[in-house]
Design a protein. Structure first.
Length: 410
């Protein structure tokens, strides 16, 4: 493994994606990412025992497409103390990964996505009903957190009333204990994960005892071609898969909704285009995804290799700053600028290769419907200046608090 002493001296930096100081002001991560990118597409950070930080568009693409040289395990720089094992399927490499990925397909089929669309619009409007007459809202707790939590439950065919159960657990899992030590945060993460597993196990026990005509029952009872033969998934595998779906689908969408508000309020002329022409919204969604990629995937080198001209040793850990790749001037013109009509827009926010986000269609639907309804109902939203957004760093970046004001709906 490469140590800081062995890495090229001009590429050694002190950058910790989990550092709470990266969250204020809102563009701190992007500024730091730009500084790292200016040193080169691949730099070495001393944080977390030493790891590489990849910022170049081409290099990140290369890593994500070569799962033989760059394993997805471990994907996280920090681990829970509880040792729950690998997240499925994200921390498995092909061919082991393939069967599990197929097991998830029924959840995300185009027919299912289409069917969900109507209920998602209903949820969006119900949530907006809750604050539209007031002229102000805390956008995260009243909208951006609730929407993906309820959509996740609808996706799984689980009761919408259970949404609050997820709120605290998923926040702790991602952000740890604000102001706490790394140990305290890890212990809290372990405990929160444990309570989620308890919930999943109840669902599994219930569906095994009373199979229904729903997608969860379908996944539980189907057989899949896995590396140790054709069989149904075990409870433990299902638990780890549900858990990944939950954390992959919530804070990513939450953050992207918050960034939509922040960037569009800061660019009122572009926002006006979306108000005047809702058909412009899908392209705007892509641009929001580009300018603030939420996920920072991790990989580990399985063999010695060279990336972006830098020697990487077997066993080295890497993180991929998708938010930097998406602002790589070699790929995007004026990358720092929001351009809601940007075309082409080959951003890497959903990843690439074997692990490309399986929920990307769902995420796009959620974002599009949210932007359609928000611009129809409270189009002049703006963050409250005296209470700036509270962001969080980590390998899923996002926003935990965003007070807004707007003209109340009459
Ligand atoms: C704006 C929202 C989202 C963003 C930016 C996003 C981003 C990503 C990225 C970058 C990856 C690849 C990670 C890697 O290669 O290590 C990924 C994988 C994944 N995402 Fe998403 N995601 C979003 C929403 C969702 C939603 C809504 C779901 C499901 C409810 C979801 C489920 C998954 C799953 C299961 C994987 C793992 C796929 C595999 O390993 O084959 N994501 N996502």
């Amino acid at each position: 493994m490469t140590t800081a002493a062995e890495a090229p001296a001009d590429l050694v930096v002190d950058f910790d994606i989990y550092d709470p100081a990266l969250t204020t002001p809102v563009d701190t991560v992007q500024q730091r990412a730009a500084e790292l990118a200016a040193k080169g597409p691949v730099v070495y950070s001393t944080a977390h025992g030493g790891h590489w930080v990849v910022t170049g568009y081409r290099e990140i693409h290369e890593v994500m497409r070569d799962h033989e040289t760059f394993s997805s395990y471990p994907n996280n720089l920090v681990t829970t103390s509880a040792g729950f094992g690998k997240f499925i399927p994200i921390e498995l490499d092909p061919p082991e990964h393939t069967g599990y990925r197929l097991a998830l397909q029924p959840l995300f089929s185009p027919v299912r996505m289409k069917a969900l669309e109507e209920s998602i619009r209903e949820v969006v409007n119900e949530l907006i009903d809750g604050f539209a007459g007031r002229g102000e809202a805390e956008f995260i707790s009243e909208f951006a957190h609730e929407l993906p939590a309820r959509v996740f439950l609808a996706l799984m065919d689980w009761p919408l009333a259970d949404a609050p159960l997820f709120t605290e657990a998923t926040d702790v899992i991602l952000t740890g204990v604000p102001g706490g030590t790394e140990e305290e945060s890890n212990a809290a993460r372990g405990q929160a994960a444990f309570s989620m597993f308890g919930y999943f196990q109840q669902v599994l026990d219930d569906r095994r005892a009373n199979p229904r005509d729903d997608v969860t029952s379908q996944i539980i009872t189907s057989e899949f071609q896995l590396s140790d033969g054709t069989r149904a998934l075990t409870d433990e595998e299902l638990n780890r898969m549900f858990f990944l779906l939950l954390i992959a689908g919530l804070h990513t969408v939450q953050g992207s909704l918050a960034w939509s508000v922040i960037h569009l309020a800061a660019n009122p002329e572009q926002r006006q285009q979306l108000i005047d022409d809702p058909d412009a919204i899908p392209a705007a969604v892509e641009e929001i995804l580009r300018i603030e990629a939420a996920v920072v995937p991790g990989r580990r080198a399985t063999r010695d290799t060279v990336l972006g001209g830098v020697p990487i040793a077997a066993g080295d850990q890497l993180i991929l700053l998708l938010c930097a790749a998406n602002r790589d001037a070699a790929e995007f013109e004026d990358p720092e600028e929001l351009q809601v009509n940007r075309l082409p827009n080959r951003h890497l926010s959903f990843g690439s290769g074997a692990h490309r986000c399986i929920g990307s269609h769902l995420a796009r639907i959620e974002l599009r419907l949210a932007l359609e309804e928000l611009h129809r109902r409270i189009p002049d939203y703006r963050p409250v200046e005296s209470e700036p957004p509270v962001l969080h760093a980590s390998q899923v970046r996002g926003c935990v608090r965003l007070p807004i004001t707007f003209t109340p709906e009459s």
